[in-house]
Ligand binder design. Sequence first.
Ligand code: MIG
Length: 775
Amino acid sequence: MLPVGSLLDYDFAAGTLTLRTAGAQLSLRFLAPDLLRITLLPEGRQMRPSVAVLPRQWDDVQVRLDEGEEALRLATPAMTVEVGRDPVRLRFYGRDGRLLAGEASLSWGEGAVAWEQVAPPEVRYYGFGQKPGFLDRRGRAMTHWATDESLHTPDHDALYQAIPFHIGMEGGRAHGLFVDSTARVRYDVAKERADRLRILADDDYLDAYLFAGPAIKDVLARYTELTGRMELPPLWALGYHQCRYTYFPEARVREVAAELRRREIPCDAVWLDIDYMDGYRVFTWDRERFPDPKQMVADLREQGFRTVTIVDPGVKVDARYPVFREGVAGNHFICHADGELCIDNVWPGRSAFPDFTRAATRRWWGDLHREFVNDLGIAGIWNDMNEPAVFNERKTLPPTAVQGEDGARVGHDRVHNAYGLLMAQATHEGLRRLQPDRRPFLLTRSGYAGIQRYAAVWMGDNHSWWEHLLTTVPILLGMGLSGVPFVGTDIGGFQGDCDGELFARWVQLGAFLPFCRNHAAMGTVDQEPWAFGPEVEEIARRYIQLRYRLLPFLYNEFYKSSQTGLPVMRPLLLEYPDDPETANLSDQFLLGEDLLVCPVYQPGATARMVYLPAGEWVDFWTGARHRGPARIVAEAPLERMPLYVRAGAILPMGPVRQWTDQPAPAELTLQVYAGADGALDLYEDEGEGYAYRDGGYAITPVRLSGTRLRIGAPEGGYRPTRDRLVVRFFAPGRVVAAERDGRPVTFRTAADGAAEVVLTEGTTDACELSFRVEG
Ligand code: MIG
């Protein structure tokens, strides 16, 4: 590797500082006052178009260049980059004038580029996409190389998702770095040398983005401005999903669906894994197992279920199979350098792989979904095996396979990590074209930075192990800190046999994950919610029902996330960045800002320790109050997962439904946790379609001050109906009287301590409720 040497000359034009050094050019450009793009391009090398960064015109940034003798300084009001002249070294300073981590140096070699930066001992490192382990990755070496790897253990960190983005935090002060390379990227996070962060990309050039923060939320907001945010999903996608490898034949699918309804376990979707296909040929059906998919899908829909089908990238080599023939004719498959098709084994046997780096191929692939979505009524698509996974020793395509648009071909190894993202993009855009009035729902296994724009993500093949229950939360929190909010894991675990206690604990946690799907591998014990007997079934039913009651809250959080880029499921450090106790806390998490979820991770446990950060916290189950910061021991018998609500929170809830659009009386419940002032702006819309983009949504402002609650009329072009409006007021004492707009109203005190007021008239009119509290 050759370090970037001394500065030969430079120019500063149109906002870009271009620095020439022996053999390479370095350019620095501010896209925003707190966002600097840093590109190192060795001579004679070509850059590829980014698949992560959204094409967009950034506003002009006011930058000042200081041409010092030792160093150049390029400054905005939010950040300064200092470029040493000999050798060229970079130092970044925040708004407060202090260094962001330490000095950085760049180097390059044959097919590799490196970023090395001083890593002061106080800096903690978060993000990195899907990585096993806990939140702070300091002291770890990691590789980004999308891999079909079911051992999510500390020694296997190259998993399905490859997101080379991280956040450095020093106290409450954060900065971020995104290395936009779809090739293999290796991180050494102060492991080999305790004071060095080293990032090595097996790529031809380095294209990096530095985020100056200073708050962690600023970093995430900017990062998701750069790489995009999750679109608001259809409401049904937030329901409970029932999956298994594999439900077939049709009679079995119908039986599972009927059981869910009979047992009143709410569910919005049943999923079909690979065995629905004819010999694993994508976009076909095994007509013996599924003689009339259209009828089956319609009948399931009658009962409120959506049907989701898996679609893998591998296309069976079969001269009589139209998808293969079209793919060859349209030049859509990846070839070797000599032009021969790159064929390898996956589920269908010998298969060809679409080159999703090409726009025409993405379009072709997207259109292949026409029959499934337009004729058969398939509601969602599940992309698996898109690392791409291949049944060979390398587990993927050879580096010598070539990909790219004509005239810009590169080896597969340069674009490997983009395969899942580009497949998801092809599918997402296809679904948008085919059903312009529906919000696409897509689940993907693999992804790269920006995957949040196209798909929900699950963590692939976990195991029915307590250890994997424990690892679920930190992995998903890391995804959220990497810009991806719509995440989940296989509830109950995929491989291995689950048991009742583990399932109960997993479903309790799963009910609070952004994506909530039960899934299990072939050859493992049954894992439907009733598979472990009546006690566990009752626990599963109660928690899944609770998820459905919380859907107005969850949907509101998804809406906020689509606007801000902040995750739905949050580590405490996002809300309490100055509290050192939160710095590596990952066995409990927040939904939004208000709901603290404390899963149980051990067999036999009937209690667990909970950390409550500053403020007052109300036990969701009992109404008991605790003042943080504090550690408490929470009771957690098998039927209970500890949950706490921040005082000042207003949780919008709904009735239990068996599926999200089941016709039922419209009821909104506001659970109000007095003890601190608070605000809720409740977002509602039709839960489907795009009318919301033309004003078809409602926002209801609710304000809590002291023991007074002001509920505004919904604003916006969508009119929510509320047959009943229930206010459940959790007071720091005993409620002795309640008034609505100055007149007494009746209330009852519920078992959890709430004073409950039920309104059936004027439920969408502005009103003020006040409570008199004693003691
Ligand atoms: O090689 O489609 O992660 O969820 O059930 C295994 C069969 C292929 C892996 C996925 C899993 C799915 C399974 N697939």
